[in-house]
Design a protein around this ligand. Structure first.
Ligand code: PBG
Length: 325
């Protein structure tokens, strides 16, 4: 008889056999920035995550850094009255995200800042691209995404992360930044981003729900597999430095294939808002131990092949990892 149970006798032995370990360096923490002063309000759909004005953001980042987290991703949330059909506030001079980037870089130059580059939080209709005659146009969206990415990069963002799922967006951004002599900014492309029902809580957080239709004409159909590899290959060819699979917890097979196919490209997985809130809600109902389920879920994402994980749990997990050592 093969004695498998000898691998599991106690914690020390189990640790010896483990093949995956979570480390704080893997984590990317998301922030939702709003205009104003001294503003901090919990997002009703995303437990423990806040809308923060830039001054409060800086305070929170101090804590994040003390926990050993070295990467964050920023989302701008603007007032409805400022949204328009051209998503002007996404790339306007001194836009909200660029202001935040400058303020953070000034105080915490070592922190790696990623910015989300997408129009959905800035268009009056809430789609990720420019709408002409009720159609989400692809090619006319590209210059706007390029200007948005450029404004973040110019403000000091280390990594810009296009998430609009427009074809050619990585090439457009790379070309525009090269033409404007910003050659050091990396691009993290949301390459394999599926049209998912698990984004629900985020859309309330970012106030970015589409006013008509849905995102299925540009985000991927969740019944597809090989397209995800083509999307990733194309983004790498267009100049992406890092690529992403999103969502994460319900797309472990896609993460695994992506890592197998592109072993040398850093792979990020996004444990999205609905995946986070499912664990939170089940824990609140007493069905599961939320802390342990969180660690299991994020371990599964890494086990599948993700190098980095964007997660609303980053702070909580970093705290646990810190207390262990
Ligand atoms: C912007 C964007 C979305 C998310 C990240 N960037 C929403 C969407 O595509 O509808 C979702 C993140 C989450 O659910 O946590 N396009």
């Amino acid at each position: 008889m093969k004695r498998f149970r000898n691998y599991r006798t106690d914690q020390r032995i189990r640790d010896k056999y483990s093949e995956v370990a979570l480390i704080t360096d893997d984590l990317i923490y998301p922030y939702f920035i709003v205009d104003g002063n001294s503003f901090k309000q919990e997002i009703s759909s995303l437990k423990g995550v806040y809308h923060l004005s830039i001054d409060m953001l800086l305070k929170d980042i101090k804590e994040v850094i003390s926990l050993g987290i070295n990467k964050i991703i920023l989302f701008g949330v603007i007032d409805k009255s400022l949204k328009d059909e051209l998503a002007t506030m996404a790339y306007a001079p001194d836009n909200l995200v660029s202001q935040a980037v400058k303020a953070i870089k000034n105080r915490f130059p070592e922190l790696i800042i990623v910015t989300d580059v997408c129009l959905c939080g800035y268009t009056d209709h809430g789609h990720c691209g420019l709408v002409v005659d009720h159609e989400i146009t692809n090619d006319k969206t590209l210059p706007l995404l390029s200007r948005m990415a450029y404004s973040h990069a110019k403000a000091g963002a280390d990594i810009v992360a296009p998430s609009a799922m427009m074809d050619g967006q990585v090439n457009a951004i790379r070309t525009y930044m090269d033409q404007n002599s910003l050659t050091n900014t990396r691009i993290l492309s949301y390459s394999a981003k599926y049209a998912s029902n698990f984004y629900g809580p985020f859309r309330e957080a970012a106030q970015s729900s589409p006013a008509f239709g849905d995102r299925r004409t540009y985000q991927m159909d969740y019944r597809t597999i090989r397209q995800s590899l083509e999307e990733i290959q194309t983004d790498i060819d267009e100049g992406a430095d890092w690529v992403m699979v999103k969502p994460a917890h319900t797309y472990l097979d896609i993460i695994q294939r992506a890592k197998q196919e592109f072993p040398t490209t850093p792979l990020v997985a996004y444990q999205v808002s609905g995946e986070y809130m499912m664990i939170e809600a089940a824990a609140d109902s007493g069905y599961i131990d939320g802390g342990k389920a969180m660690i299991e879920a994020i371990t599964a994402i890494k086990r599948a092949g993700a190098d980095k994980v964007i997660t609303y749990y980053a702070k909580k997990l970093a705290r646990i990892l810190k207390n262990e050592t």
